[in-house]
Structure formats: C-alpha cells, structure tokens
Write a protein that binds this ligand. Structure first.
Ligand code: C2E
Ligand code: CA
Ligand code: CA
Length: 587
C-alpha cells in the first residue's frame, strides 16, 4: 500500500477489499506501528466482536488498539503513564461521540443490530458498510491524526528534554520517527510534482560523530542531534523539507534556481551548525539534483547518500554532487564485500615484492611486501581498489595477517638458503592500531617461522590520531621491531610525529618528492629533510622513484636507498627470489 495515501484513504481501500471496519482502521496505521499488514489484519480480526454483538463500533475498538500502541504503558507501577493513557482514551471517546452525534455503539451508528441475522442481511443488502461505516472511519482517523500530531508537537516543544518525558518509550519514539519520515516523504512527493524549479536532495552527516560520542558520551551526542534538528528547522523555509534519517544523517529537500543557491544553503548550514557547547562540528554534504521526476524517491535518496559518501573520501572539499560514475563505485564496493571472504579461503591473495636498492652499491637491500588480488573472473585487482573498502569494514586484518605470514616464510627461505638476510617490510594498516592483537600475531608468526626479528620490518602510515600512533610505535619499539614511517610528507603532521615517535626509517612519499622536484625551493626543502633525518639518526628511503634525474638528485642530497619503477616494479615472490639470487652472485 502506498505510503503517500492518507490514513483515511488506506482505511477505505481496505474496507473495499472486504475487511471489517476494525481491520481497515487498524491496517491503515499498521506500517507506522512497525507491523506488516498481514499481522495487523490478524490482530484486529476479533475486534469485530463488539460490533457483532451490536455493541462497540469496530472503528472505536481499533482506535483503542492504535492508541495503546502509540501512548500505552508497560510498567504497572508507572502511574503517570497510566493516567496519560487513560486521558487519551477518554479524549478519543468524547470526540468520537461529538462527531457521531452522541453515538458510540454499532447499533446506534447503523440504526440496526447486526447480531440479529435478519438485520445483518439488511445491512448487507443496503450496502451500509460503504454508506455509513466510512463516516465512523473518517471520524476516528481525524481524531487519531489530530491527537498524534499534537503529541509530536508536544515532544518537539520539549526538545532537549525529550528523554525525561515520562511517556517516552522505544515504541513511541519509533512511531514518531516513522511518522515523521512518512510525512517528510509525502511533502517531498508533492513538492516534486508541484514545482517547476529544480530540486536538490542534500544529505549530510557529522564528521567523526562516533569519535565525538566516544569522547563526550552518547547523551552529549544526542544533544548535538537535537541541536541540529532545531537549527535546521529554523533555517528551512516552508518549501524546504528536512528529516533526520538515522543517527547523525540528515536530509534536506529543496527547490532551487541555481547550484549556487544550494551551495549558499550549505554554507549557511556549515556556519550555523559549526559549534555546539564549544565543540567544533564539521560536516560532509552530498547533493543529488533530480532529473527524472518519475524516479522512485528511494533512488533519489540513495544517490544523495552516494554523493555524501564520495565527499567523505575527498580531503579537499566536504561537498560532492552526485555523478553517474558513483553507481559504478557502489557496484565495485559491493563486489569487494561479496568476494573478500572467498578470496582468503581460496587463496586469491598473493604477496608481491618490490625491491629496495642502494643507489651507491647498486644492490638490493630489501623489499616491500604488497598485496595483489587475482580474482578468477575479474583478474588482477590492485590494492587501491580494495584496501580502502576493507579498511573500513575491518577485513584488512585477515589480509594483512596473510601477507605477514607470507613475508615471514619468505624471510625464512632466504635465511636458510645461501642468500641470508633480506629484510622484508610489511604494511600495517591503521586499523590494527586500535588494539594490540596484531602484536601477538606478529610475535607468533616470528616464533613459528623462527626468523630473525630484524628481517621483518613494519611500515606504518601517519594517521590523524598522532597520539595513538605514538603510543603504539613506542610499544613496538620496546618489543624490538624496526619501524618505517610510510608516506612521509603526504599527511598533515609528519614533523610532529617525528618528534613523538621512535621510527627507524622514513619513507619519503612519491607525491611529496614529485612536488619538490619541480622547483629550486622544493629541492632545497627535500635536501633539508634528508639532512634532518641524518642528524636525527634516521634511515631514509625514497619511494616511487621513476626517473634518472630523480636518482641523481637523491644521490646528490645524500639519500641512498630507493624503491621505484626506475629500478623494479613489484613482482611475484618467486621472481624476486631469482632476482635476489642473481644480485647476490654479483657481490
Ligand atoms: P604504499 O605502501 O605507499 O606502497 C607503494 C605503492 O607505490 C605500491 O602500490 C607500489 O606498487 C607503488 N609504486 C612503487 N614504485 C612506484 C613508482 O615508481 N611509481 C608509481 N607511480 N608507483 C610506484 P600498490 O602495490 O598498488 O599499493 C598501494 C597501497 O596499498 C600501498 O601504498 C599500501 O598503502 C596499500 N597496500 C598494499 N599492500 C598492502 C598490504 O598488504 N597491507 C596493507 N595494509 N596495505 C597494503
Ligand atoms: Ca608501504
Ligand atoms: Ca608509501
């Protein structure tokens, strides 16, 4: 049944479909009460009892049930709730009688008693169900909708103190949410059909809301959401509709003359919602502009959501407009999520190794382990396509453990063959740093394979959370691990991190080097970084070295260790082993 129908339309449709008035009435509200229609029909079947005795009108009985679900109480000790519930029942009965000229019972309304077979026959013959019953339905719906609307306004007024209301319970809040959402959708549908202007769906959420909840507590988090709800309510005009979709995700639907108008609205939101009780709040916005008005509302919402997610991945801007290719991104994400488990069990992940060279000696001094995924149908999938996704859902743990195991076995092979020591560095996803499970895994792997700890190096990327990384790296250092700072110069706080963390080697990021290479000033900075690392007693490695010029410059400024396509691409472990054998023969 369409959500856009009014309660009365729904009830009448059900009546025409052959249901009793009590079923029609209850069924009209089923969805909002979290019931599927079938269950609602079953529950309200026997409510016709009163009616069959010629007593209470079925619409009234069903309304009692609806009121119970909306305002009822479950705690027999809670007097206040009981009084509130009873007041609502009394109110309904009083208003119903007013509207129905004092009638409450079926036989008063119909003017006959359908518990009497002859009168029931007359009731059917004269089609009274479709002449008279709709009036009782109409009255009931009108009263209920009014009472519920009033209740919502009451809740809205109390605003921040919502949770202190004695009448509040889970069902009621669920009911309110669904009801509010339905109303929102109804409004949006009519806006879409009425306006000549373009329509934008703006979806937004709070950056790092989970972290805020962790730090300040969930109650504070809820206060923030109430604050946003209230502010947005004031910002939106009567033609702009908004809803709190779930948790910290909000959506505004607005007509607009130009894209600038939408951007201006977003600017205003950013400013007005910027601070709550001295906590600075940042947001991510996704915008979808309606093109095809006949499209399902759900699809429009999904597209705004896709744009919001895309904005999340963008560090330069926090607003993104929907683009067709997002659909592909979403498809890719699903593919990865659906296939990652099988990739582990069916051993589709492989360890590739990329050699690290000393410019001076021309010899291989180690390698970095990089994962590759060979899917039986899709072929080779590169880390940039799946690592961000499995980092988000945590599956990266399994992949990393697997690669670390492969790296240890490779190190062991070198140690026991004629090659000897060849340190392999593995990537440690930031995901691991939340706990210390990964340290145990590393220790176990090292013990199991019996390798020299020095030959398994850890690459860690600087994260937003400097505190976390410095604590963890100190731990690792105490355990005797060699630490490489990955992607140095690509983040925000590289220098700070150097101060607080005991890294052994810094890996200069490819982009950082590329940027520095193009000007004299840049080259000077690069030279300073190299000399600083030297003075601090840190090892240095340049990543992504592709050209002869880069090699020459690095040599000039004193950076000896390099990794990059100029020397070699990442390759299967077997191939690297052969390369290593040849390299060691040359020595
Ligand atoms: P990363 O750790 O910075 O790895 C270096 C990336 O640069 C690798 O990309 C490598 O193939 C690429 N590269 C090396 N030399 C050059 C060059 O001269 N030019 C250019 N343009 N690129 C070069 P890859 O293998 O695609 O990996 C991408 C990223 O995925 C890695 O960046 C790392 O962050 C992540 N990653 C790869 N394997 C793993 C893994 O096993 N575990 C975890 N947690 N992350 C991994
Ligand atoms: Ca790396
Ligand atoms: Ca890197």
């Amino acid at each position: 049944m369409g959500i856009s129908m009014t309660h009365e339309e729904r009830a009448n449709t059900l009546l025409r479909q052959g249901y009793h008035c009590s079923q029609a009435m209850f069924g009209a509200y089923a969805e909002e009460l979290g019931l599927d229609l079938k269950t609602a029909m079953k529950i309200s079947t026997c409510f016709g009892m009163g009616m069959r005795q010629g007593d209470m009108c079925g619409c009234v009985t069903a309304s009692m049930l609806i009121l119970g679900m909306a305002f009822g109480f479950y705690d027999p000790q809670d007097q206040e709730q009981e009084i509130f519930g009873n007041k609502k029942t009394d109110e309904f009965i009083r208003k119903f009688k007013e509207k129905m000229d004092g009638a409450l019972q079926c036989r008063e309304i119909l003017g006959l008693d359908i518990s009497n077979p002859e009168e029931l026959a007359r009731f059917r013959q004269e089609g009274m169900k479709f002449r008279i019953c709709p009036r009782a339905l109409h009255s009931s719906v009108e009263i209920l909708d009014h009472m519920m609307g009033e209740y919502q306004d009451l809740l809205a007024d109390v605003g921040g103190e919502l949770s202190e209301l004695p009448i509040e319970d889970e069902l009621q809040s669920a009911f309110r949410r669904v009801n509010r959402f339905n109303r929102f959708r109804r409004d949006v549908r009519s806006l879409i059909h009425e306006t000549e202007e373009k329509i934008d769906f703006i979806q937004f959420d709070i950056r790092k809301f989970k972290v805020i909840n962790d730090i300040y507590g969930e109650k504070f988090g809820d206060e923030i959401l109430d604050f946003i709800t209230e502010k947005v309510g004031k910002i939106c005009n009567e033609k702009q509709y908004f809803v709190n979709l779930r948790s910290d995700v909000f959506m505004i639907v607005t007509e607009r003359k130009s894209e600038e108008e939408t951007l201006a609205l977003i600017e205003r939101l950013k400013i007005e919602l910027r601070e709550f009780k001295h906590v600075t709040l940042q947001y991510t916005f996704g915008v979808y502009t309606v093109e095809d008005k006949s499209m399902e509302l759900r699809q429009m919402e999904d597209r705004a959501a896709m744009a919001r997610k895309a904005a999340k991945e963008n560090i330069i801007t926090n607003v993104a407009f929907y683009q067709e290719q997002f659909k592909e991104l979403l498809y890719n994400r699903r593919f990865i999520e659906d296939n990652m488990q099988a990739a582990i069990t069916e051993r589709q992940f492989q360890m590739y190794l990329q050699p690290k060279y000393s410019i001076g000696s021309g010899h291989i001094v180690g390698a970095e382990a990089l994962v590759r995924w060979t899917h039986p149908k899709r072929g080779m999938i590169f880390p940039n396509e799946f690592i961000p996704i499995i980092e988000e859902n945590g599956f990266i743990r399994h992949v990393d453990y697997y690669i670390w195991g492969e790296a240890c076995r490779f190190v062991k092979r070198c140690e026991t063959s004629g090659i000897g020591s060849c340190p392999i560095s593995v990537n440690v996803s930031r995901h691991h740093l939340l706990g210390d499970e990964f340290i145990r895994v590393l220790e176990d792997l090292i013990k199991e394979t019996g390798i020299n700890k020095k030959n398994l190096e850890l690459e860690i990327t600087e994260t937003v959370n400097g505190q976390q990384i410095s604590e963890m790296s100190n731990r690792l250092k105490e355990e005797g691990f060699t630490l490489l700072m990955d992607d140095f110069g690509s983040g925000y706080s590289s220098l700070n991190i150097l101060l607080e963390t005991p890294f052994d080697v810094i890996k200069i990021d490819k982009k950082f080097m590329d940027n520095m290479m193009v000007s004299d000033k840049g080259r000077l900075i690069l030279a300073q970084v190299v000399s600083m690392a030297d003075k601090l007693g840190l090892g240095l490695l340049a990543e992504g070295v592709e050209t002869k010029e880069q090699v020459e410059l690095l040599q000039q400024i004193g950076c000896d260790i390099v990794q990059g396509y100029y020397y070699a691409r990442p390759m299967p472990a077997e191939e690297f082993y052969e390369l290593l054998e040849k390299d060691r023969e040359k020595a």
